[in-house]
Write a protein that binds this ligand. Structure first.
Ligand SMILES: [Zn+2]
Length: 335
């Protein structure tokens, strides 16, 4: 079955077009209504297509700001080919400022390949994979730590079976030039990078910051990374940015198992003892979970299970058993 989503954008037409993907949604306040997912296409003749998507998780704002700025700043004469800009991919979640959709609880980045007959979130996932990703030669899915985590700017990329695809993915990762990259062997089938892999779209996912806000530094890395990728693949022919900056070296890390994550084992108040981007040693104190309700009890002292580099840490102070406190990357020795 075809997607119930219809596009106000004519994908074949040149120029800058703004409009909505209309997702029919019949509810109490609006019997014949639709969910308006904003989409902008900037096209200038033949050439490659890049999909820039943000708001896959609604509480991750760096990408939403960067893509929104690009919609206004980028002009057709600056590009060759086509740029598809999707600033609020999971629109209901992005509108609510939540990770997941308030309509169906759906986590878009756990919903691929989606289902045109499924829930609202599954319908969006299906459309992104079978229409937008299928049209795109290149894609960047812009994430961050959201409300509960903060990341050092990191490009995530996964292995491809096809060597030439893998070379292009590596080229994209290097062009984005974030301070860190995280190399996955093979991503889970339900995330956007698997959708890209199935559609043979050259793609990376980026984690740009978080804490439920944006910072000038994270935004700069995001905007410059996007522009460098578009320039690298010949889509951006002329830049508005005064200075794209000289890309620094990217340190490539990997995850090998559950020991790359440190979790809370008790409820309480988390006091971190380390900062993101820091190199830490196995056995080093990671922090404490205090019990202010019973302040006479000793805190739960946490230790890092492996040596590595801290890619993200938890932001809210209150924690429950099972909450992620840190993600620890280890140097990738395969390259
Ligand atoms: Zn995310």
């Amino acid at each position: 079955m075809a997607s119930p989503i219809t596009s106000e954008i004519d994908f074949k037409a040149d120029g800058k077009q703004t409009g909505y993907l209309r997702l029919p949604h019949s509810v109490h306040r609006s019997a014949y209504g639709w969910i308006p997912i904003p989409l902008v296409q900037i096209k200038n003749g033949d050439g490659p297509t890049i999909l820039l998507m943000a708001g896959n998780h609604g509480d991750e704002y760096e990408g939403q700001v960067a893509v929104t700025r690009l919609v206004r700043e980028l002009q057709p004469e600056q590009i060759r080919g086509r740029v598809l800009l999707l600033p609020m991919a999971n629109y209901p979640a992005a509108q609510a400022g939540h990770r997941t959709s308030p309509i169906d609880g759906g986590n878009l980045n756990r919903s691929f390949p989606g289902d045109p007959n499924g829930t609202i979130t599954q319908i969006i996932a299906d459309y992104i994979e079978t229409v937008l990703m299928r049209m795109a030669d290149y894609a960047i899915d812009l994430h961050s730590g959201g409300s509960s985590l903060h990341y050092v700017p990191t490009v995530l990329y996964g292995d491809r079976e096809d060597n030439s695809e893998m070379e292009q993915v590596l080229r994209m990762m290097r062009a984005f030039a974030a301070p860190f990259a995280l190399h996955f062997r093979r991503s889970s089938e339900i995330v956007s990078s698997a959708a890209a892999r199935r559609q043979r779209t050259i793609a990376v996912t980026v984690e740009m910051g978080g804490s439920g806000t944006v910072t000038p530094t994270a935004l700069q890395v995001t905007q410059q990374g996007i522009e460098r990728v578009m320039a690298e693949f010949g889509i951006l022919t002329e830049s508005n940015l005064p200075n794209l900056g000289t890309p620094g070296a990217t340190r490539i890390l990997r995850l090998t198992g559950q020991h790359n994550y440190l979790y809370a084992r008790h409820e309480g108040l988390f006091e971190p003892a380390a900062e993101i981007g820091e190199d830490i040693e196995e056995g080093q104190v990671a922090g404490w979970i205090h019990h202010p309700e019973t302040p006479w009890e000793a805190p739960d002292e946490k230790f890092f299970p492996i040596s590595g580099t801290l890619l993200c840490k938890r932001i809210p102070g209150r924690v429950q058993r099972g909450d992620c406190l840190y993600q620890i990357g280890q140097d990738d020795t395969t390259e």
